[in-house]
Design a protein around this ligand. Structure first.
Ligand code: OGA
Ligand code: MN
Length: 194
């Protein structure tokens, strides 16, 4: 599985893999979402002093995860990411070091407009990753991730799947869904951030 992702990243800069998480993983994670519901905060855009809420740009709610001490339901995700990091550093000299990650839920009808994950004044994000965590998703429910590479790629956010892409210069967009769209989203950084 990981070698497929590494090969995809080398060839095209992104990868999408299904069934990374088991139904059991997913149900333990769903319980976590329900029990921490009130601790999610309206996501903001920008960095530092200029951070602000703008629902026209993004409408999700986030809960930050400490990557050095993840709650038990997310330890398998962190282990998978750590293995992926070692392979990417060895194979393509990605230079990834630390993680930044959060849970997110998008209420029905909310979206995240086309953007890039790197900040203008801070280029330390090298790899973006998203695990999809809603209980169900069917064709027609919306919530696709659109990657604007050489071609436009439409990723179906199937429960238990993982998408990763190089954070450098790949514009992407989250479409509105008719269901609550949930994810574990984050970035590998090339510098020490903690
Ligand atoms: C983000 C993002 C993609 C997704 O949070 O920066 O682009 O599919 N998320 O949730
Ligand atoms: Mn993004």
């Amino acid at each position: 599985m990981l070698d497929h992702i590494v090969r995809d990243i080398k060839e095209k800069g992104w990868s999408f893999r299904e069934n990374i998480l088991t139904p059991h993983d997913m149900s333990v994670i769903s319980d976590f979402f329900y029990s921490h519901r009130n601790e999610f905060e309206a996501a903001r855009i920008g960095k530092g002093q200029s951070r602000q809420r703008n629902e026209n740009i993004r409408g999700d709610y986030t809960f930050w995860i400490d990557p050095l001490n993840p709650p038990a339901p997310f330890s398998k995700i962190m282990d998978t990411l750590e293995k992926l990091k070692l392979e990417l550093n060895r194979d393509i000299f990605l230079g990834a070091r630390e993680y930044e990650c959060h849970l997110a839920y998008y209420p029905p009808g909310t979206y995240y407009q086309k953007h890039v994950d790197r900040f203008e004044n801070d280029s330390s994000r090298v790899l973006s990753f998203v695990f999809y965590l809603h209980e169900t998703w069917n064709e027609g429910d919306g919530g696709e991730l659109i990657l604007y590479g050489e071609n436009e790629i439409r990723i179906s956010p199937r429960p238990g799947s993982l998408v990763v892409f190089l954070s450098d210069d790949l514009p992407h967009e989250v479409k509105a869904a008719t269901i609550e769209r949930r994810s574990f989203t984050g970035w590998m950084h090339s510098k020490i951030i903690y």
